[in-house]
Structure formats: C-alpha cells, structure tokens
Design a protein around this ligand. Structure first.
Ligand code: ADP
Ligand code: ZN
Length: 435
C-alpha cells in the first residue's frame, strides 16, 4: 500500500472511474431521496422520477436545493430515513433567520470521520501525531467533526475547544501537540499570546502542522501563520450542510483544495443565471451529496464562490481542486457600484509587514454618500513616529485603491484596539442607511 493515501482505492481513482462511481451513487441517492417528503414532492412537481437520471449530465434536470428549503422543512422535513435510524444532528444558528438541521445515521458519521481522516492523512499526519482541536464543540461541526476524524486516523486527540488561549498553550506544551486545528484569525491570536508569554513556537513546542479553515483567508495570511509558528498550514473547507469539515482540503502541494468526488458532485454556476460557468471561471459552488443516508442534499447552493483549478495535481489524486474560497456571495460588498470581497482587502493589508492580522471594514453613509473605512492594527504596541505612520497610511490607501477601485479611509490602530471575536472573525460592519 502506498503510504501517502488513507483510502488508496478511492483517492487514486482515475477520472473515468470516479465518474462511473458518481453515477452509481447519484442514482442510488436519488432513489433513496424518494423517502424524503420534500424531495418526493419536488420530483413529482417537476415531472421527474429516479429513472430520469441516466447520466451525470441529467443531474441538471433536478431543481436546486437552497438554505431556504432547509429552513422551510425545519427540523426534520428533509430526512430520507425514519428518525429512529438517526443518531445525531447538528444545527447551525446561521447569522439570520431560522436555524437549519442536518441529521446523521451511524453510517453517515462513520463516512464523515473517514473523510476527515483522509484529509489529515493527506497532509502527513500519522497515528504518532498529537492533534489539538481549538474549534468550538457542540453544534458547531468543527468540534466533533475533527475529533472523530483525528481519532479514526489514530492520533491522540485533544478536544481543547475554543477560547482560553493560555490553557490552549499549556496543552500544546504539556501534551506535545504536533498538529493544531484553528481558524486563521485564532492562529494569529495564539501567536500573540505566545509572544506575551515568552514562548517561542519553534523552540518550546512540537507544532509542525496547522489546519486552518472555516473562514475565508488569503494566501498572505497562510504564509504569515506559517512564518509565525514555524509550521505548514493547510486550508480546510467544510460546511455544516455537507456534514462539516472534510469536504475539501489541500494536499502537500498547497495548490488548491481537493474535493472528495466520491462523496460530492461539484457544479460551479453563475449565481445570477444559475447556468454553469465556463471551465475554470469563478462562480457559486453547488454540491450534491452522494454518500449520505439520513439527509442527502441534491444540488445544494452553497453560496460559496470559487473556481475549479485546471490541470493534474502531482500528488496522484484526480479529485478536482477548488481554488481558495473568495467568500460567500452574500459577503460581497457593493460600494459605489463596485463589487468588493473582504478577502481582496485582507490580501493587501497582509502584504504590509507593519500590520497585524486584525482589521475591520466599516461601511457608512456620510452625507448621502457611501464610504468605507478600513481600520487595521499595527504589530507594535505603539509608535509615535507620525511621519512613518502617515507614509504607511498613504501607501496602504493607494494599494487598496488599485485593488478595489474605490478609496477607503485607512485608520491605523495600536495593537489590541479592535474587538476580538471567539468564533469566526467579524470583518465587515455595514452601517449604511438602507433606502
Ligand atoms: P462550519 O465552519 O462548522 O462548517 P458553517 O457551516 O456555519 O460552519 O460554515 C461553513 C461556511 O464557512 C462555508 O460555507 C464557507 O463560507 C466558510 N468556510 C469554511 N471553510 C472555509 C475555507 N477554508 N475558506 C473559506 N471559507 C470557508
Ligand atoms: Zn494534490
């Protein structure tokens, strides 16, 4: 067995083999979905039956499933198995509106753990590693998702959970943690606390691998995390509707995230027209689960914007690679008619060595004009060299104008000025008047 792969048979399938498996699994899934009151009705309304799906291309006949559908059928209206077959649920509160629920059978949980283990193995983690998870546990899927995956791989797994950075650091030192899962904004916070405590990650810890995900981040942020902590950091993509972590993950090449096509069928569509985008172009990712029992989702609109990277990956996996997520279509800022993603601003900020990783974008209406303010913390606690600060502000403003085509007001702040969030970082504060 080639030691590089956790599931060699599935990970090294050729594209024709993958597609054959996908069609088989899609047909089974669609047949199984007729046990779900929601999908049964959907199919009937659209004059479809499971026999309508004869090829992968026929997937396009099926209507999209949206977050609204999950809300409308809350809590159990989409299940394809009786509740007594389910052993767990996860629920996302979402930022707005009604929560959504995802149900799991024992088989679903086993398959999910397998996908996460496959990801962690792919980046070189082995049973002699010590894996610490700084995700919130409970309903948040990053907790239990990584816990079961890391245990399945056979690592000693530390369910440290979110927050309490001093305790987190103590665990890292005492337990000899070699691999840590953290959201990118938290990885930066952890390093700050290490500095305050006089801990040198290279000298005083055994950390070598970071798994970062759950929120959009730029390549610059990844490099920073790697330099700060002396580790390799791998991008991990997941979402509760698709189980949680384990959907797509970078391989050692760090060039795109392999999405497991024996679990998911990927489409990239134009979010406005819902038509497929030309190969390699950015659009909204639509996913169909083909390896799930309790609650399969057909053509689920993720709202996440990405593109499929062309070409073969040298790692030997033929599962397609997604580009780093740009964010969700709902994260896009429209300012003065220009479309801007927060990640574009982050990219510029992180290229300035003087700046820390904490920033906040505020949108306001000032005398009937929309305006953007970008507040960003300096790395050093304080500096009173005003000409240096003013030159730096000018340089940042000009680089931002080049990137986003509008001129924001840039405010440099001493370290520690911006509010810290426990979970995913809040990057945009929209105070604009709604007309
Ligand atoms: P969880 O993070 O537990 O999956 P959610 O389901 O609430 O919780 O969040 C999923 C969303 O988080 C995705 O749809 C995507 O917008 C964002 N996300 C997750 N991983 C990444 C990543 N690696 N890069 C960018 N965004 C990500
Ligand atoms: Zn690869």
């Amino acid at each position: 067995m080639d030691n590089r792969y956790f599931n060699p048979e599935f990970e090294t399938m050729t594209r024709p083999q993958l597609q054959k498996l996908q069609l088989e699994r899609l047909q089974n899934t669609v047949r199984h979905c007729m046990n779900s009151p929601f999908y049964k009705k959907r199919f009937e309304e659209n004059g479809l039956t499971p026999d309508s799906i004869k090829s992968l291309d026929d997937l396009k006949k099926i209507p999209f499933t949206t977050k609204q559908d999950l809300r409308d059928t809350y809590p159990f209206g989409m299940a394809s198995v009786p509740l007594d077959k389910c052993v767990r649920l996860h629920s996302s509160s979402g930022t707005t509106g009604k929560p959504t629920v995802i149900l799991h059978t024992q088989r679903d949980l086993d398959q999910w753990a397998n996908a996460v283990a496959r990801c962690l193995w792919m980046v070189g983690l082995r049973p002699d590693d010590v894996f610490q998870n700084s995700s919130g546990y409970g309903m948040f899927t990053g907790g239990l998702g990584f816990q079961y995956g890391a245990e399945k791989l056979g690592m000693l797994t530390v369910p440290a959970a979110a927050g309490n950075t001093l305790r987190q650091l103590k665990f890292i030192k005492d337990f000899g943690t070699t691999a840590l899962h953290a959201i990118p904004s938290y990885a930066a916070r952890l390093f700050e606390v290490m500095q305050e405590q006089g801990v040198d990650p290279r000298r005083d810890t055994k950390l070598k691998t970071l798994v970062i995900g759950a929120e959009p981040h730029s390549e610059e942020t990844r490099r920073r995390i790697e330099d700060m902590l002396g580790v390799k950091a791998y991008n991990s993509f997941g979402m509760s509707e698709m189980c949680g972590p384990g959907v797509a993950f970078e391989c050692p090449e760090q060039n795109g995230l392999h999405i497991w096509e024996d679990y998911y069928i990927v489409e990239i569509v134009d979010p406005e027209t819902l038509e497929p985008v030309p190969d390699g172009e950015v659009g909204e990712m639509v996913l169909t689960t083909i390896n799930r029992e309790a609650m399969p989702l057909l053509r689920y609109r993720t709202r996440d914007l990405t593109r499929i990277l062309p070409g073969e990956c040298p790692c030997g996996r033929h599962h397609m690679r997604l580009d780093r997520m740009q964010g969700r279509s709902d994260d896009m800022i429209i300012l003065k008619g220009v479309n801007i993603f927060p990640i574009q601003i982050e990219q510029v900020l992180m290229s300035f060595q003087e700046l820390s990783s904490d920033y906040l974008i505020t949108l306001e209406t000032l005398s009937d004009n929309d305006a953007m303010t970008v507040e960003v913390e300096l790395k050093q606690i304080a500096t009173d060299d005003y000409s240096l600060l003013s030159n730096l502000t000018k340089a940042i403003t000009s680089r931002l104008r080049d990137e986003i085509l509008v001129t924001p007001r840039v405010v440099l702040l001493p370290k520690g000025s911006l509010p810290q969030s426990e979970g995913k970082a809040v990057r945009v504060n929209d105070l604009r008047k709604k007309f």
